[in-house]
Design a protein around this ligand. Structure first.
Ligand code: HSE
Length: 428
């Protein structure tokens, strides 16, 4: 019999259980495809007695993931614990030090410690694969490292947090406020234990940083991601953006510019008719652009037992077949430190403001924009109240610094009520 590939699985939450189910259900299929059996040898989790509705009796139990990682009878350490410090990090380091390959679903760990872990793994002749860490079931890491390896990547974009996309879609469909849908999503268990990871853009920012490293051959740098969550998106903006032909998405964009590497995760307007604009509910979408391929769009489930376990098993199968791809698509020692672009490339912006309803008010606003060098593309004024009128402006391309200057100057006009809203419109 050919040598089996022996797995140790650390973490038996939704994803860990999903992996066990796939290995049990598809044992024959996996063996045929890999040319060798894929077996689970041992597992580890916080509670041994919890009912997980899956038969674990054939596997050894380890209380400590570090002990599991060091076992001599496993080839691959599968880390589905989560968290960027503590047991996940200790056990991953222990696995590498004791000569194991690692398959991880842990975006935070890799986005923060990815460079050091990749260097350690490569020095030890081991691989770390992390397809499940980015956009769940969508094989986006493989697409970048393998399918598009012949391209210079020009831009990576995506909606990579299903919970945020669910919240924004539901706000629009039901006409509800952010807070109402946030509470609903939290009660339904759609949000991470710390919801700020989702709605603050952190989870999606980790994913973007990982993709940017592969795409641009740079050391993963989560701290350089410009982060803005969805907490300030209002139902008014969702409705009025829709009226102008746009949807609001928590959009990640990474691109290499003459000023350095731009990594942004923030609410953006995208055309309603674009694939990103059409993306509803908890689904993810990643758009990859390369000089040879032009653009490809990948869409699919970004979370959940089956999709995430599917991605883990894709990596396990690569190792079982003898495919040994470097962590970030090129040797870790050759990844360069990227200079972070301090300002995003110019873009059109959507502006919403409330103007005092008196003669010359609009002229003052137009004057401020003109003085800042910002050209108006489209403008709409809506039903006014007794004293003020909502005005929407779509600008031509401008820099954020010119826009910030205009936003400051609006205050001095005496005709703008409250703080204007400004949201970037991304060309997709
Ligand atoms: N909380 C994430 C999401 C799933 O909503 O997409 C795992 O990253």
């Amino acid at each position: 019999m050919t040598t089996p590939l022996r797995l140790g699985i650390a973490g038996l939450g939704t994803v860990g259980v999903g992996i066990v189910r796939i290995v049990q259900k598809h044992a024959d299929l996996l063996e045929k495809r890999a040319g060798r059996p894929v077996q689970i040898v041992a597992v580890s989790a916080r509670s041994k007695t919890k009912n997980r509705d899956v038969d674990l009796s054939a596997y050894d139990w380890e209380d400590s993931p570090v002990t599991l990682a060091k076992r001599e009878d496993i080839d691959v350490f599968v880390e589905v614990i989560g968290g960027h410090e503590g047991p996940a990090k200790d056990a991953t380091e222990a696995a590498i030090a004791s000569g194991k390959d690692v398959v991880s679903a842990n975006k935070a760990l890799l986005a923060i410690h990815g460079q050091a872990l990749a260097e350690a793994a490569e020095a030890a002749g081991r691989v770390i694969r992390f397809e499940a860490a980015v956009a769940g079931g969508i094989p986006v890491v493989k697409s970048l490292t393998e399918g598009l390896a012949g391209n210079e990547i020009t831009r990576v974009m995506g909606v990579m947090n299903g919970s945020c996309n669910y919240i924004l879609t539901r706000m629009q469909d039901a006409g509800l406020t952010y807070q109402a849908v946030f509470d609903e999503a939290n009660q339904l268990g759609y949000l991470e234990a710390d919801p700020e990871l989702d709605v603050g853009g952190i989870d999606a920012g980790h994913k973007l940083a990982l993709l940017a490293s592969i795409a641009f051959g740079t050391q993963v740098d989560f701290d350089a991601v410009e982060l803005e969550g969805i907490g300030s998106v209002t139902i008014e903006d969702i409705n009025q953006a829709a009226d102008m032909g746009y949807k609001i998405k928590l959009l990640g964009v990474a691109q290499m510019t003459g000023r350095g590497l731009e990594q942004r995760m923030s609410p953006c307007l995208v055309p309603d008719s674009s694939p990103l604009g059409q993306l509803a509910g908890g689904t993810n979408m990643v758009v990859l652009e390369g000089d040879a391929v032009s653009q490809i769009v990948l869409r699919g489930p970004g979370a959940g037992e089956g999709p995430t376990a599917s991605a883990v098993m894709g990596d396990v199968m690569d190792i079982a077949r003898g495919m040994r791809v470097t962590t970030f698509g090129q040797p870790a020692s050759t990844l360069r430190k990227a200079r972070a672009a301090r300002a995003a490339v110019a873009a059109p912006y959507y502006l919403r403001m409330q103007l005092i309803d008196k003669p010359g008010a609009l002229a003052k606003v137009a004057h401020v924009l003109g003085e800042a060098g910002i050209s108006i593309d489209r403008m709409r004024q809506y039903d006014h109240t007794d004293t003020s009128a909502p005005v929407l402006i779509v600008t031509h391309k401008t820099t954020r610094s010119a826009l910030d200057e205009a936003l400051t100057q609006f205050k001095a006009t005496g005709v703008v009520v409250g703080d204007p809203v400004a949201i970037r419109i991304e060309a997709v």
